[in-house]
Design a binder for this molecule. Structure first.
Ligand SMILES: CCC/C=C/C(=O)SCCNC(=O)CCNC(=O)[C@H](O)C(C)(C)COP(=O)([O-])OP(=O)([O-])OC[C@H]1O[C@@H](n2cnc3c(N)ncnc32)[C@H](O)[C@@H]1OP(=O)([O-])[O-]
Ligand SMILES: NC(=O)C1=CN([C@@H]2O[C@H](COP(=O)(O)OP(=O)(O)OC[C@H]3O[C@@H](n4cnc5c(N)ncnc54)[C@H](OP(=O)(O)O)[C@@H]3O)[C@@H](O)[C@H]2O)C=CC1
Length: 302
């Protein structure tokens, strides 16, 4: 696998310049695993301090420990993003500890696979509150408590929702809502100097795959053949898009969505040609998590 700008064993490798986020404080929800953990590593590598939010504090503490090895500074905040009081208190705690907030990566999320007719009202609510309400609460509090006064940037992580999200209809509906919220917030908060964008990951070989049962994992293993670029994405490839949108390189980009999906949405209805056998992942992240179901992926395809 390629590893551009390698800077030392075990340290995050990044295509961005040193010091790009010096002095900044970025909140990363879901920072205890997968894409959030990877993004926290890249941001710290680029000079930021991060505030890690998630429900399971031991996972957040583990990431804080990893970051500290290379001098990264992180705070840890146990919080269910669906709990309005907890979100308000956590954002206040981040400000109290770091003195400022410059950006938010609204990454926490997830769902369970189920056909629409099998989803109970509680199941629907649990997923919509996780992937829409929670993201709204985080964005509202970060804006109201800090960014309205100082400006900044918000990146909302959604999913490949184009053409529907079969077997995950609750999540697709919530994430489509999050995309529209991104567009609204980009307008309403522009005058305060706040940019709001989204990143839509496709099938990313992350720890998230491990949350699914064996049947779903078998299905996920087959999906690679439907990706025009011929492989799964990596956590580092999602992180790179997030970091770009947070950075000054995206100063005139707001209300947009960057899809990181190997062109899957373009391969749904009209085209059934061969997929790439040449696509080499960009995965410079030495600590990337590989889901159990895809352990063979690294050796087969790199
Ligand atoms: C494929 C690539 C695309 C995407 C990849 C990724 O996102 S990777 C990232 C992947 N990472 C993640 O997904 C991690 C985050 N995901 C989660 O934490 C959970 O999936 C959550 C969102 C449901 C929240 O959990 P929670 O603790 O708040 O939920 P709870 O236990 O309190 O239940 C509330 C209701 O939901 C119902 N219900 C729950 N499970 C199932 C099921 N399997 N079946 C049916 N129903 C289910 C449950 O029965 C109950 O309804 P009831 O019985 O009262 O009518
Ligand atoms: N991997 C993929 O292929 C894709 C991923 N995504 C999305 O990208 C994001 C990151 O996923 P990924 O890293 O792969 O998977 P993970 O399951 O590893 O990450 C999800 C993170 O969100 C946290 N989280 C979940 N629910 C809550 C909650 N209610 N409050 C606070 N934190 C919560 C989890 O921590 P804890 O359980 O400790 O709270 C966990 O750290 C998610 O939103 C996911 O749905 C979208 C499309 C594809």
């Amino acid at each position: 696998m390629s590893s551009p700008n390698t800077t030392g064993a075990g340290r995050y490798t990044t295509v961005f310049r040193d010091g790009l986020f010096d002095g900044q404080v970025i909140v990363v929800t879901g920072g205890g695993s997968g894409i959030g953990r990877c993004t926290a590593h890249e941001l710290c590598r680029l000079g930021a301090s991060v505030a890690l939010i998630g429900r399971r504090v031991e996972r957040l503490e583990a990431v804080r420990g990893e970051l500290a090895v290379h001098g990264g500074e992180a705070s840890v905040h146990a919080c269910d993003i669906r709990d309005e009081d907890a979100v308000r208190a956590s954002v206040a705690a981040v400000r109290a500890e770091h003195g400022r907030i410059d950006g938010l990566v609204n990454n926490a999320g997830g769902q369970f696979p189920a056909p629409l007719e099998k989803i109970s009202a509680n199941g629907w609510d649990a997923v919509v509150r996780t992937n829409l309400t929670g993201g709204f609460l985080m964005a509202r509090e970060v804006y109201s408590q800090q960014l309205h006064a100082t400006g900044g940037s918000i990146v909302n992580i959604i999913a490949d929702i184009w053409g529907g999200m079969p077997t995950m209809g609750h999540s697709g509906a919530a994430r489509a809502g999050m995309l529209n919220l991104t567009e609204t917030a980009a307008c309403e908060w522009a005058a305060a100097g706040v940019r709001v964008n989204a990143v839509a990951p496709g099938w990313i070989a992350s720890s998230g795959f491990d949350t699914y049962d064996e049947a779903m994992q078998a299905e996920l293993r087959r999906l690679k053949d439907k990706v025009p670029l011929g492989r799964y994405g990596t956590e580092a490839e999602v992180s790179a898009a997030i970091v770009f949108l947070l950075s000054p390189a995206a100063a005139f980009i707001s209300g947009s969505c960057v899809r990181v999906d190997g062109a899957v949405p373009n391969n749904r209805h009209t085209w059934n040609g061969p997929v790439s056998t040449r696509s080499v992942p960009f995965d410079g992240f030495p600590l990337a998590t590989m889901p159990t179901a895809l352990r063979e992926y690294g050796s087969d395809d790199s």
